[in-house]
Design a protein around this ligand. Structure first.
Ligand SMILES: [Fe+2]
Length: 325
């Protein structure tokens, strides 16, 4: 039986929740410092449920984290996609209201540099039957999100704190919905981008849809099902995890300086070490779309410390929000 992320959200399935392997702010060798990112994913800001207040409270929490012994509490915010509640199914007015809300809260409540990846809910109008969009609009698809994020392309990379950080666009059209993957042009760009990074420079990759996750397996197991040979079988949606994971694994095997991949999308907390890479899915600022905790995951965000020695620490922090009507 196939399952969708929406059905998982309805079911409130708990994710794989693991304690941080290393406390944020301290490397395995006990050294402090490094470059600190707050990873805020799946914000889903909307006019309802006082989500703008919730986001403002989250941003205030990030900017008041305890001092690390010099420098700001956090160096940068990276948003992990699904910035707004949804514009894939929304008309122009509803999309405009949500993007205006995001920009206002960010302007009024955030003094940090913000970098963003595109989530499926940030893509305007692909579900044409519901959005009423023709596809000819200049802001159709990812263009509106790119405009909001101040970029020409929905993917990017940059260097900070001795690390190379890659922001991927993992959402591509499938019928009137989406699938998790990169297209040929982005694969070409990514391979050239990593080839240009010195081997001694650690790399952090950020995508919306996880490049690898065990959560779809757990959700499929909860759903039951059987294969044609009578043995139990899983059918996993390509909307839940990157369908091109194998190509990532082969690429990362050629670039052992890729240390970790951050994601969102599933609204769960998950930490996997696989093939020498850490895959960290970091919950959701909105938890279960602002309605309350999603399974075992509360409203929160992750603090990521990137150390000079190529190690990193990841710690999920709640910010004290509870669901509002
Ligand atoms: Fe989401």
């Amino acid at each position: 039986m196939g399952i969708t992320r929406r059905s998982m959200l309805r079911a409130g399935l708990a994710g794989v929740i693991a304690a941080p392997l290393v406390p944020a702010g301290e490397s395995p060798a006990g050294r402090r410092g490094g470059f600190r990112i707050a990873h805020l994913t799946d914000i889903h800001v909307q006019p309802e449920r006082e989500s703008a207040k919730g986001l403002a409270q989250c941003l205030a929490h990030v900017q008041s984290l305890p001092d690390r012994g010099g420098g700001p509490p956090v160096d940068m915010i990276v948003t992990g996609g699904d910035t707004i509640m949804d514009c894939m199914e929304a008309g122009r007015d509803r999309a405009q209201v949500q993007w205006d809300l995001w920009r206002k809260v960010k302007t009024d409540h955030c003094s940090l540099e913000v970098k963003s990846v595109v989530g499926n809910h940030d893509v305007w109008g692909w579900t044409k039957a519901k959005s009423g969009v023709t596809g000819a609009e200049p802001l159709y698809g990812k263009q509106w999100a790119c405009e909001q994020f101040g970029r020409q392309l929905p993917y990017d990379s940059f260097d900070r704190g001795g690390w190379h950080i890659v922001l991927l666009d993992s959402v591509f059209p499938h019928e009137q919905s989406y699938v998790g993957k990169l297209d040929d042009a982005q694969w070409d760009w990514l391979e050239r981008d990593l080839a240009a990074v010195p081997t001694a420079t650690p790399v952090l990759v950020v995508s919306h849809i996880p490049i690898l996750s065990v959560h779809p397996l757990a959700a499929a197991a909860a759903n039951g099902g059987a294969g044609s040979d009578g043995k139990p079988a899983f059918s996993l949606s390509g909307g839940l995890v990157h369908v091109d994971h194998d190509r990532f694994q082969r690429l990362f095997a050629r670039h052992r300086n890729v240390k970790a991949c951050l994601s969102g999308h599933l609204h769960i907390i998950e930490q996997i070490d696989y093939g020498g890479v850490r895959y960290l899915c970091n919950g959701a600022v909105s938890a279960g779309w602002w309605k309350g905790p999603h399974g075992g995951t509360d409203f929160g965000y992750a603090v990521i410390d990137l150390f000079d020695d190529g190690t990193l620490a990841c710690d999920y922090r709640t910010y004290g929000w509870t669901a509002r009507g």
